[in-house]
Design a protein around this ligand. Structure first.
Ligand code: ASP
Length: 349
């Protein structure tokens, strides 16, 4: 290393030591991310792509919109108090998991065998830490378990009974599996099974996805992403989709956070969430363009469908989808929730 490089290195080490000392003393430091300063605290949500006009009763649509607004407000309450993006994402997703309108937690879709099997993931953009769980049947809020995996285990992903044993050990709420059941999802399983008669087993079970996800930018410039789902109706053989797979359905780095929703097999093959952020980081693409190319070009070209939400450290927001609608919304500094379901425009900040 030349003298010049050595001098720079020394300066960086000194800066790092200062920041570390500040963090230890509980002193707030300026954001250390290399992007522009954060525009404002922001939270963006989805409640799943694939919702079609005419497929929802007015009361169902109203309930879904209200749940999205409640989730946005729950996340905003965290950000307004100076809380971390990770906490805002967790709070918002937990609200949607408890709302029976969405395919996550209560109201999750059924497997072929009539169970609810839940997947979730969370990722912290600043540190690169991540946690995920797959195939759990008794965890009320899978996003909280994913977070515990990240923070209280040496692992990134736990599945099935082992994940539930870890939940019990961490004091995370377990419920009777009947907690997740709704009649609507049960009917959807019966319809999917009826449709399946005579069709190839690889056909998509149901066009409606309904997974939930959140991305947030906190006042210090930190980004986080999370996703929670029951997967796809009529799934079997322990099928796991993209949502809990870091880089496929969920990704966050210092400049970009993404949560996806859609036909998971295609998102896994495209490493879709990571692909969007890699285009921003490596190719210098604007976030909106990167998200549009992956969701509106690459995924459909491969035969898949769905949507995603993406948030940049500069405050840029993208909510692309290639289906008839996607439950979605955002909330900014003024605390007013903005929500859309179908192809109506959603004004952005
Ligand atoms: N992506 C999810 C999965 O394949 C489904 C969804 O988005 O609703 O499991």
């Amino acid at each position: 290393m030349g003298k010049r490089g050595g001098t720079w290195m020394a300066a960086w080490l000194a800066l790092g030591a200062m920041l570390a000392a500040g963090a230890q003393a509980g002193v707030q430091s300026d954001p250390v991310h290399d992007g522009a300063p954060a525009a404002a605290p922001l939270l963006v949500l989805h409640g799943g792509a694939g919702v079609e006009r005419g497929s929802l009763a007015a009361a169902e649509e109203a309930a879904a919109r209200q749940a999205l607004a409640r989730a946005l407000q729950a996340g905003h309450a965290v950000l307004r108090e100076g809380g971390a993006a990770l906490d805002a994402v967790t709070a918002a997703i937990a609200v949607l998991e408890d709302a029976p309108e969405f395919n996550a937690g209560r109201g999750a879709v059924f497997t072929h065998d009539g169970h609810n099997e839940l997947d979730a993931a969370i990722m912290d953009g600043a540190s690169g830490r991540a946690g995920a769980i797959a195939g759990v049947r008794r965890v009320r809020n899978p996003i909280r378990l994913a977070r515990a995996v990240m923070e209280a285990s040496p692992h990134v992903m736990l599945a099935g009974e082992g994940a539930e044993a870890f939940a019990a050990a961490r004091g995370i709420e377990l419920v009777d599996p009947s907690w997740f059941r709704t009649d609507k999802r049960w009917r959807q399983l019966q319809q999917a099974r009826a449709r399946e008669q005579g069709q190839a087993a690889t056909a998509p079970a149901h066009p409606y996805f309904g997974t939930v996800g959140a991305v947030a930018l906190d006042a210090r410039g930190g980004l986080a992403a999370g996703t929670s789902t029951g997967g796809m109706t009529n799934k079997r053989w322990g099928r796991i989709g993209d949502s809990p797979i870091i880089g496929a359905g969920t990704w966050a780095d210092a400049r970009c956070a993404v949560s996806g929703t859609g036909w998971g097999e295609y998102y896994i093959r495209a490493a879709a969430a990571h692909e969007i952020c890699a285009r921003v980081r490596l190719a210098g693409q604007p976030l909106v363009q990167a998200a549009a190319e992956v969701i509106n070009r690459d995924i459909p070209a491969a035969g898949g469908n769905g949507g995603a939400i993406a948030l940049g450290a500069d405050g840029s927001i993208a909510l692309p989808f290639n289906t008839g609608g996607m439950y979605r919304g955002w909330i900014g500094a003024d605390g007013v929730p903005h929500v859309a379901v179908f192809d109506e425009p959603l004004p952005l900040p």
